[in-house]
Write a protein that binds this ligand. Structure first.
Ligand code: SAM
Length: 258
């Protein structure tokens, strides 16, 4: 059963507590949007589950958004459709209601990812598209050196890709999504070549994994990264990333057709 907080949040994060600045740091990135639009192909009606503040909905013609958290729904720009208050695990739509469906940076938070994905499959005639991270790859990022607890948290939360494809059934493809330098959607790896950004507590708060670790971890991270940026140690080892146009890390797009 899905438990809801006062704000309505239905996953492992209470967006009533940490969600207020989300939309300022998690702005849709045009290059990632092209990947999503390409995966949905010519779908006209698209369900967006865990829609949050509406990132990437502009890339799709007719969106129905589902979002349980009130503070996330409140951050949706007026030009977007109002989001329906519901949860992935129990979608209030008939079988085959949509041409396509997407869930972006959300499935790792659900109380029952398998049930939610089966619901998405049930209500969708065509492709179901997931933007998520491969937990087998999240620790390969330089952040692991400075805040291993944060990426251990991510590795634990993201369902293995094989479990996602098994729940979706049908024919699945999994592709790595290159993250562009200057990516406007501020998840941790988006800052691969801009480490200073992660020194901003508000930028970190827009990545929910940081809310699972305590102050001691955040303080150690801040001090250690500042030290290595000041001494030049970070740049000696990772400085090439400041000029690397894209980074292939843990971000993947999963596309399932019946
Ligand atoms: C990291 S945010 C991503 C929001 C948006 N998709 C984006 O790309 O910016 C995760 C979203 O998933 C939602 N969520 C968590 N558990 C959920 C569930 N069980 N059903 C539907 N949405 C859920 C949260 O409320 C939150 O808005």
């Amino acid at each position: 059963m899905t438990t809801r907080t006062e704000d309505g949040s239905a996953g492992d994060v209470d967006y009533g507590a940490i969600g207020s600045g989300y939309a300022s740091f998690r702005r849709p990135d045009a290059r990632i949007a092209r990947f999503i639009a390409g995966s949905l192909g010519d779908c006209r009606t698209v369900l967006n589950v865990g829609a949050g503040a509406g990132s990437y909905e502009a890339a799709v013609p007719a969106v129905t958004a589902v979002e349980p958290s009130e503070s996330m729904r409140a951050q949706r720009p007026a030009r977007l459709a109002r989001a329906i208050d519901a949860v992935a695990e129990d979608l209030p739509f008939p079988d085959g209601a949509f041409d396509g469906a997407m869930t972006l940076f959300s499935v790792h938070q659900w109380s029952d990812a398998g049930a939610g994905l089966r619901e998405m499959r049930r209500v969708t005639r065509g492709p179901v598209v997931l933007l998520t991270c491969d937990p087998a790859l999240v620790r390969d990022f330089w952040l692991y050196r400075y805040a291993p607890e944060v990426l251990d948290t991510e590795a634990r939360r993201y369902p293995p890709v094989g479990r996602l494809t098994a729940a979706l059934g049908g024919t699945c493809t999994v592709r790595s999504v290159p993250i562009p330098l200057g990516c406007t959607d501020g998840f941790n790896e988006a800052y691969y070549g801009r480490p200073e950004m992660l020194l901003d507590p508000a930028a970190r708060q827009a990545c929910s994994a940081w809310s699972f670790v305590d102050d001691r971890v955040r303080e150690h991270f801040d001090a250690a990264l500042r030290q290595d940026l000041g001494s030049g140690a970070w740049d000696r080892e990772f400085g090439h990333l400041r000029r690397q146009p894209a980074y292939e890390g843990a971000l993947v797009i999963v596309r399932a057709t019946p």
